[in-house]
Design a protein around this ligand. Structure first.
Ligand code: AMP
Length: 414
């Protein structure tokens, strides 16, 4: 399935293409038609699933298809989200996906001087993204009216509740017109959230995207923090372990897959790539060789890997961390099938840490960190504010006579 088949209009398709989005994520596939249809929605989904585009794309499309004839723009869609970081990300997404629609989106959040925000509001906006406190504040001061809202989004409702915003949210809802479309998103659905949803949406369709618990629980997962430039060397080190009979290695790009294969072959490790640029019979050959274990390492991109079904696959290695968290779950789901034990190893460089954190949110657990490897990032803790990693941080360290780099519980910390 692609975005065309979701009936997305050309100006939005163009920007999605420019962003490199080819396939809608599961939440997008399900939610976009519902929102375009004008139906209320309850989306049970986390950050990392592509949920922002799942609401931003159809909102942009609906507003651009029914332009307002007022000379001055009025706020026709409101997105309320708990944190300023999320608010900024959502506004950026609207402006990215909507760059050819002529619609204007702005963001308001607390903790900063309000004048830039009130100036933007005075110039007129179609879509407003806001955190609750600043929104109410600006409403009270008369800068914002919600009377023209056609589509309302409440994002991360469960976090709103945790952060004590529930009264603010209720006040905001009471200022919305009764006739509107409402989209309600929450990662979890405890009773209080179900009650809150009930007071916002009417005849909603529920869409749920959560990873299958079994995949996440069955597969042993490890992460190695490492500089990008040392990933090849770490892969070679790991593959010195003969326990790894076969491994499926994921890269983000076709080019990346070919490069990894070249590096491995140079070290006499049998490896083949499968990706969209390979002829069907070359892919088939690579896959048969991998299944027969004559090829030890198969390097794949996510799209090419879709058709792969290999029994007894024990190791999945994420050479690069996917930016969509669900892709991670799909990748690691290639191993640990039918009760077999599986291991997923991820190489994470400084730029990929945000993706990894999104993944951990989605799977609701911390992935075990392996520190004891030859290319550590010294004094590196992804949960502390980042220090720019430097080349000096990552000088190879001797293995000290140890033969195996394979994660063992003594070498990991939670
Ligand atoms: P979100 O869950 O909305 O925070 O999105 C997570 C990440 O996925 C963001 O970096 C988006 O830019 C990216 N993303 C969303 N939809 C797609 C898609 N269909 N294809 C590729 N990347 C996407």
């Amino acid at each position: 399935m692609n975005f065309e088949s979701l009936n997305i209009v050309e100006p939005i398709l163009k920007s999605l293409k420019e962003e490199g989005y080819t396939t809608p994520t599961p939440i997008q596939k399900e939610a976009i038609p519902i929102v375009l249809n004008g139906t209320d929605l309850i989306g049970c989904a986390q950050t990392g699933t592509g949920k922002t585009a799942a609401f931003a794309v159809p909102i942009l499309q609906k507003l651009s298809e029914n332009p307002s004839f007022d000379r001055k723009r009025k706020i026709r869609s409101l997105v309320v989200t708990p944190t300023r970081e999320l608010a900024i990300q959502i506004e950026e997404s609207f402006n990215t996906y909507g760059r050819y629609t002529g619609l204007k989106c702005t963001v308001v959040f607390g903790g900063v001087n309000q004048s830039t925000q009130t100036n933007a509001l005075r110039n007129g906006v179609d879509i407003l993204v806001a955190t609750p406190g600043r929104l109410l504040d600006l409403m009270q001061q008369g800068y914002i009216s919600l009377k023209d809202i056609e589509i309302f989004v409440l994002d991360e409702a469960d976090r709103m509740l945790d952060m004590g915003f529930i009264h603010d949210v209720r006040k905001i809802i009471s200022s919305l017109p009764n006739k509107r479309q409402s989209l309600f998103f929450s990662a979890t659905m405890p009773p209080e959230i179900v009650r809150l949803a009930g007071s916002i949406v009417h005849n909603p369709v529920k869409v749920e995207v959560t990873p299958s618990a079994s995949t996440v629980d069955i597969v042993n997962q490890f992460v190695y923090y490492i500089d990008k430039g040392n990933k090849n060397a770490l892969l070679i080190e790991l593959l010195k372990d003969e326990k790894i009979k076969t491994a499926l290695v994921f890269t983000r790009t076709k080019y990346g897959a070919d490069r990894v294969v070249k590096v491995l072959k140079r070290k006499n490790i049998s490896a083949e790539a499968i990706h969209g640029d390979k002829a069907q019979n070359a892919r088939q050959r690579a896959l048969s060789g991998f299944k027969a274990q004559t090829t030890r390492v198969l390097v794949a991109t996510d799209i090419a890997a879709r058709g792969i079904d290999v029994d007894d696959l024990e190791y999945v290695i994420n050479f690069e961390i996917p930016n969509i968290s669900e892709t991670y779950v799909h990748r690691i789901g290639r191993t640990g099938r039918a009760g077999a034990k599986g291991t997923a190893i991820s190489f994470c460089d400084a730029e990929e840490i945000t993706y990894l954190k999104d993944i951990e949110k989605l799977i609701t657990k911390r992935i075990e960190v392996v520190n004891d490897h030859p290319f550590p990032l010294v004094d590196f803790d992804p949960y502390k504010p980042p220090k720019a990693p430097s080349a000096g941080n990552s000088r190879p360290r001797s293995l000290g006579g140890r033969r195996s780099l394979f994660p063992d519980r003594r070498n990991v910390r939670r």
